[in-house]
Unconditional design. Structure first.
Lengths: 262, 100
């Protein structure tokens, strides 16, 4: 037989749960209130976490960093030479555009935002720009280097939640840069990405750069998505089984850009 | 009891901020441990059998997890509450009963 105090506790809990669930009707104002009142503290914590993680990694990976540094030095040399070629091509392209009277390539209108926090499932981040700054649901979010991060999933007055491309709820069309190979990028959660629906007749190799396409109308074309980490053919499946390394780490982001006009 | 709930509210609020903004920078093998769930388990583990502060604490902890994550309000609150109730039940039936 239950005591009256037990009954009271159970009743209170039921009322509490009902009350909390009813808060979903005002989810945006409730979450917005907490985000606004905690923003300054969260920004300090995010910055401190970033710095502490850098320091920690420095201690742990000093040897690895040395090798990586050497590797990067070689990559930079290669990129410098590629850059000079591209500059020449750009000049040539501008001349041709002038000659053909074609307008300049479409440029994006961007809004700068600071990352405030990350979801514990690691597939969403919170940024300090919201409805009042002209942001809306489904706007793409990129880094300074034009790397696609994801799109806005929820907008509050002064904050927005960004669903990352690595989220299990994310999928969009993409292609291999400089090749006629298209597929569908799917998030697998936990910073994992796969490239699906690429026929086995196409040639994929490790290191191939994946970029967005306008197919599906979710993202503008040419945004960087990741590189092929592992591509395998299976006898039983008609498509490649491909793992993609994203070009960003969510917990290392500080500032992001929101594309306001597609 | 009321003072305990207020104290737990402040602690879990700070823990949720710490989890969402600081602790995410330190994943262990790619996974960030959920500090709040760990705290909820510890709270219920070391609570006296006649106390019910742990239930309230778990519920509040879940609420803050909901606020600082992308899920709807009530998702983690229900999970934490269920964990707490389950632990209370098991402890009452199988652990404390054997001492009683």
């Amino acid at each position: 037989m239950r005591t009256s105090s037990q009954r009271r506790v159970i009743l209170t809990i039921i009322i509490g749960v009902a009350l909390i669930l009813s808060l979903n009707f005002w989810q945006n104002p409730v979450k917005g209130f907490f985000y606004s009142s905690s923003a300054s503290l969260q920004q300090v914590l995010w910055g401190a976490g970033n710095d502490a993680a850098d320091l920690f990694k420095g201690f742990l990976n000093s040897k690895k960093l040395q090798q990586e540094n050497e590797q990067l030095r070689l990559t930079v040399q290669g990129l410098l030479s590629e850059n000079s070629t591209l500059k020449e091509l750009r000049r040539e392209n501008a001349l041709l555009r002038n000659a053909l009277e074609v307008g300049p390539a479409k440029t994006f209108q961007l809004a700068l935002a600071e990352v405030v926090s990350q979801d514990i499932s690691q597939d969403t981040i919170l940024i300090n720009q919201g409805k009042k700054d002209g942001l809306a649901v489904d706007m793409p979010v990129v880094t300074q280097e034009n790397v696609l991060l994801g799109k806005i999933s929820e907008v509050y007055d002064k904050f927005s939640r960004v669903i990352l491309v690595t989220s299990e709820n994310s999928s969009f069309d993409a292609k291999v840069s400089d090749a006629d190979i298209t597929g569908v990028i799917k998030g697998r959660g936990g910073a994992q990405l796969t490239l699906d629906l690429v026929p086995k007749t196409k040639e994929l190799k490790q290191g191939d750069l994946i970029i967005t396409t306008t197919l599906g109308g979710v993202y503008p074309k040419g945004l960087l998505v990741g590189t092929v980490r592992n591509a395998q053919k299976s006898d039983t499946e008609p498509f490649w089984r491909t793992e993609i390394s994203p070009l960003f780490r969510a917990n290392e982001l500080s500032y992001v850009f929101v594309i306001l006009n597609l | 009891m009321f003072r305990k709930i207020i104290l737990l509210t402040i602690i879990f609020y700070l823990l949720a901020l710490w989890q969402a903004s600081f602790f995410v920078h330190f994943p262990i093998f790619g996974v960030t441990p959920n500090l709040i769930l760990i705290a909820v388990i510890l709270l219920n583990l070391f609570e006296k059998p006649e106390d019910y502060g742990g239930l309230w604490g778990s519920f509040i902890a879940g609420f803050f997890l909901d606020v600082f994550s992308g899920s709807f309000i009530g998702f983690y609150a229900s999970i934490c509450l269920a964990i707490s109730l389950f632990m209370k039940l098991v402890f009452k039936r199988y652990v404390w009963a054997s001492f009683g």
